[in-house]
Ligand binder design. Sequence first.
Ligand SMILES: Cc1cc2nc3c(=O)[nH]c(=O)nc-3n(C[C@H](O)[C@H](O)[C@H](O)COP(=O)(O)O)c2cc1C
Ligand code: SF4
Ligand code: SF4
Length: 249
Amino acid sequence: MVLYFSGTGNSAYVAKRIANLLLDESLDLFPKIRAHDDSELHSDKPWVFVAPVYAWQMPLIVRDWIANTAFSGSKDVYFVITCGQSIGGAGEFARKLCEPKGWNFKGCSKVVMPENYLLMFSVPDEAQARQIIAQAEPVIDAIADAIGKGEMLDEKVGLVGRLSSGLVNTLFYKCFVSAKKFYVQESCNSCGYCETVCPLNNIHLVDGKPQWGDACTHCCACICRCPQEAIEYGKASVGKPRYLCPIEK
Ligand SMILES: Cc1cc2nc3c(=O)[nH]c(=O)nc-3n(C[C@H](O)[C@H](O)[C@H](O)COP(=O)(O)O)c2cc1C
Ligand code: SF4
Ligand code: SF4
């Protein structure tokens, strides 16, 4: 079973492509994470987790959900991590996640996809995004091929990667990840869509306008999925295009 979490569609696209090639089912973890649903899952085929990298690790909400959920059937587990550039030592941490579960860690591969971290960086326009995705497709297909053959996925991890995914990741969540800078512009038409796209249920409309609570993982779903592009994040997002995977939107 191919399980995925995706803020802006990149990992959803990669997961569905892998599932198609493996003739396996794919499962979107969004409703499960949002509902704190950690009920048991079963698959006789290997588990394949697909998620974006957040500060050189799988998102904390995905790691926590995997740790808390019971899985029966296959013990073979693969990780496929999408990124704008690098996943650092994410594979090493994925391996550690497997230990208490008695899983056979079958490796972790990266897929470079368009950058989506609008709250910190610029994101590509649609034409640039399509080019990056076209370059990613042979990589995705090779990963699916290796999984289908039961081979190990191999991503080299150096000292810098380990540091980035360890200490820097912890500091990143402490120092940067907060919803405090979100605000909404006049163009908001009170449609309420942003409430429904947050994996942490962190957005609620008050008097027709969204308000953000304290639980945020910077997934960029709210700011990128607002149909009016009415959401901003401090000055960082002003004037920038929003990003959604062009194949998934
Ligand atoms: C909070 C956050 C942190 C990110 N950190 C990294 C990173 O450390 N390295 C990197 O190459 N890309 C990073 N990115 C980019 C995403 O991992 C990448 O665009 C990913 O494909 C987005 O997947 P999605 O569309 O499935 O959400 C980050 C994005 C976000 C939102
Ligand atoms: S999705 Fe955009 S337009 Fe709709 S309520 Fe939220 S901020 Fe307003
Ligand atoms: S508030 Fe927005 S950026 Fe934060 S977790 Fe929810 S959807 Fe993602």
